[in-house]
Design a binder for this molecule. Structure first.
Ligand code: ATP
Length: 446
C-alpha cells in the first residue's frame, strides 16, 4: 500500500534505511533528478556520492544528527533543495530516512523572471511618476497653474499651509480666489474640519451680523426662538472663508475685528463669550487700500486681515495658463455633455490675445457655451465672440493706456504670425521691420 502512495506522489520521494542504504524511490524522483533505481536502490549512499551521482547525501547527515536536515544538492546540473526527515522506532532510534526534494533551478529562473518583472514595473513606475509630476506641476488638486506667477502663488500656499495665519486673497473677479482658498484648506492640517464659506456680498446687510455671530433666543423679532450659533461658531476648529470682505458693512467691521483679535464671539442678545478656534481666509476684488483711504474700510481691520496677502494676477497677465485652462474646461464640458469638441490652434491663439475682463470664470462659461452651441467638432477662432476686433475695447478704469496698446500690438502680431507663419512676412504685413517685430515679440512675451 505504502508503495502505491509513494508512487502516486507528484513530489520526488526517496527512502533510505538505518544503515544508509537506498531502499525506495518513486517515479517523480527519477523525473526530477534523472537518477534511476539501479544507481540508488540497494546501494550505500557513501558509494553513490563517491560515484558522483549525487554531490552530498542528506540521509547520511540525518543519520548522524538524528533530526531533520535540509541541504542544497547538485544532481545532473540541477540545483535541488533536499530535506531529509528521520523516522524513529519505538526505542527512539532512526529506522528510516524519508527525503523529498524540490528543483530550485526552476525556482531560480522564476526568481530571475520575477526580478526582471519587478525591474520593468519599477521602470514603468518611474515613468508614471515623471508623468504625474508633469501633471502635478500643472494641476494642483484641480487648480491649473503653469505660469510663473501662478506657480509662485501655489508655492506660497504650500509654505503657509502648516500655519494658521490669516490670509487675504486679492485679485479681480473670477481670477480664482475661491479655488486658492479651497487649496489652502485642503492642504492645511484643518482639511477634515469644518470649512465655512461666507459671501459677504450675498447676505443682506441687516442679516450679516446674526449670520456671522449668531443670536440668543428672543434676540429680535422673527428670530428662531431657540437662538442660533453663527458661522464663526460653526467654523470652530476649522476654517472660515470670508469672500467679498470689501462688502462688509462699516458698522460691523469693529465687531469682526474684535472677533479676529480675541478669537471669541458674543451672540446678538447674549452676554457670554464663546471661544472659537478658526483660521480666517478672506478675499476681495476691491482695492482695500483705497477703501481705507476713503474711510469705507477700517484700517485696523485691513491690517488684521492682511497678514499674508496673496495676489492672484488677472488672466491676461499670465497667458501661459490660457491654453491649459481652455483645454481643461473643454475636457470638463466634453465630459459633461458627452461630446468630443476640439479647440483649434487659431482659437487658442485668439484666446491668448484676448483680455478676459471676466478672467477664468469668463473663459469657463464661454467654453461651456461653445461646446454646446458649435455644430462642428472643431471650435475655431471664428466661433469666438471676440475674434472680430472686439477684444480690446478699452476699459479705461481697469487698464492703463500703455497696457491697452500692448494688448492691441499683441493681438495684431499673433494674428499676423498665425496667418503668415514667418516673422519676415508678418513684419511686412504689419509695416515694421523684421528685427522690430522680433524685439516686440520678446518684449510682449510672445
Ligand atoms: N487656476 C484655476 N484652475 C481651474 N479652475 C479655475 C482656476 N481659476 C479659476 N477657476 C474656475 O473659475 C471659476 C471662477 O473662480 P473663483 O470663483 O475661484 O474666482 P474668484 O476670484 O473667487 O471670483 P469672485 O471674485 O467673483 O468671487 C470657478 O469655477 C473656478 O473653478
Amino acid at each position: 500500500m505504502y508503495e502505491k502512495v509513494i508512487n502516486a506522489s507528484y513530489d520526488p520521494i526517496f527512502i533510505a534505511d538505518k544503515d544508509g542504504y537506498g531502499i525506495k524511490m518513486n517515479e517523480a524522483y527519477t523525473r526530477v533528478t534523472g537518477i534511476t533505481e539501479d544507481q540508488l536502490i540497494g546501494r550505500h549512499l557513501k558509494d553513490v556520492v563517491k560515484d558522483g551521482i549525487i554531490s552530498e547525501s542528506v540521509s547520511l547527515k540525518v543519520l548522524k544528527e538524528k533530526k531533520q536536515v535540509t541541504i542544497i544538492q547538485h544532481v545532473n546540473g540541477k540545483e535541488l533543495l533536499v530535506t531529509g526527515n528521520p523516522i524513529f522506532d519505538d526505542k527512539g532510534n532512526v529506522s528510516h530516512i524519508v527525503t523529498n526534494l524540490r528543483n530550485i533551478s526552476a525556482l531560480k529562473s522564476l526568481e530571475a523572471e520575477l526580478s526582471r518583472t519587478k525591474e520593468l514595473a519599477n521602470k514603468y513606475l518611474q515613468e508614471i511618476k515623471i508623468y504625474q509630476k508633469k501633471e502635478d506641476m500643472i494641476s494642483h488638486e484641480g487648480v491649473i497653474a503653469n505660469s510663473r506667477q501662478m506657480l509662485n502663488v501655489i508655492n506660497l500656499v504650500q509654505k503657509i499651509t502648516p500655519f494658521n495665519s490669516t490670509v487675504l486673497l486679492l485679485g479681480e473677479s473670477g481670477v480664482g480666489k475661491e479655488v486658492i482658498a479651497n487649496l489652502i484648506q485642503k492642504w492645511s492640517t484643518r482639511s477634515n474640519k469644518p470649512f465655512i464659506k461666507v459671501n459677504c456680498a450675498a447676505i443682506p446687510k441687516e442679516l450679516i451680523e446674526s449670520e456671522l455671530f449668531g443670536y440668543e433666543k428672543g434676540a429680535f423679532t422673527g428670530a428662531d426662538s431657540r437662538g442660533r450659533p453663527g458661522l464663526f461658531e460653526q467654523a470652530h476648529t476649522g476654517t472660515i472663508f470670508l469672500d467679498e470682505i470689501g462688502e462688509m458693512p462699516l458698522q460691523l467691521q469693529g465687531k469682526l475685528l474684535r472677533v479676529l483679535q480675541e478669537f471669541e464671539v458674543t451672540r446678538i442678545g447674549g452676554r457670554r463669550t464663546i471661544k472659537i478656534d478658526v483660521r480666517v481666509i478672506s478675499a476681495t476684488n476691491k482695492d482695500l487700500e483705497s477703501l481705507v483711504k476713503r474711510g469705507e474700510f477700517r484700517e485696523d481691520l485691513y491690517y488684521r486681515l492682511n497678514i499674508i496677502p496673496i495676489k492672484i494676477p488677472p488672466l491676461r497677465k499670465r497667458q501661459e495658463d490660457i491654453p491649459l485652462l481652455a483645454n481643461y474646461f473643454l475636457d470638463q464640458a466634453n465630459q459633461k455633455y458627452h461630446l468630443n469638441k476640439q479647440l483649434t490652434d487659431d482659437a487658442l491663439l485668439a484666446m491668448k490675445a484676448y483680455a478676459w475682463p471676466g478672467n477664468v470664470r469668463e473663459m469657463q462659461n464661454l467654453i461651456e457655451r461653445l461646446v454646446i452651441t458649435t455644430e462642428a467638432d472643431d471650435i475655431t477662432a471664428s466661433h469666438l465672440p471676440f475674434s472680430n476686433q472686439t477684444a480690446f475695447v478699452p476699459q479705461p478704469i481697469q487698464k492703463k493706456m500703455k497696457e491697452v496698446l500692448q494688448d492691441i500690438e499683441r493681438e495684431m502680431i499673433l494674428k499676423a504670425i498665425s496667418e503668415y507663419k514667418t516673422t519676415r512676412k508678418a513684419a511686412e504685413v504689419l509695416g515694421i521691420s523684421q528685427s522690430a517685430l522680433v524685439k516686440k515679440m520678446q518684449r510682449l512675451g510672445i
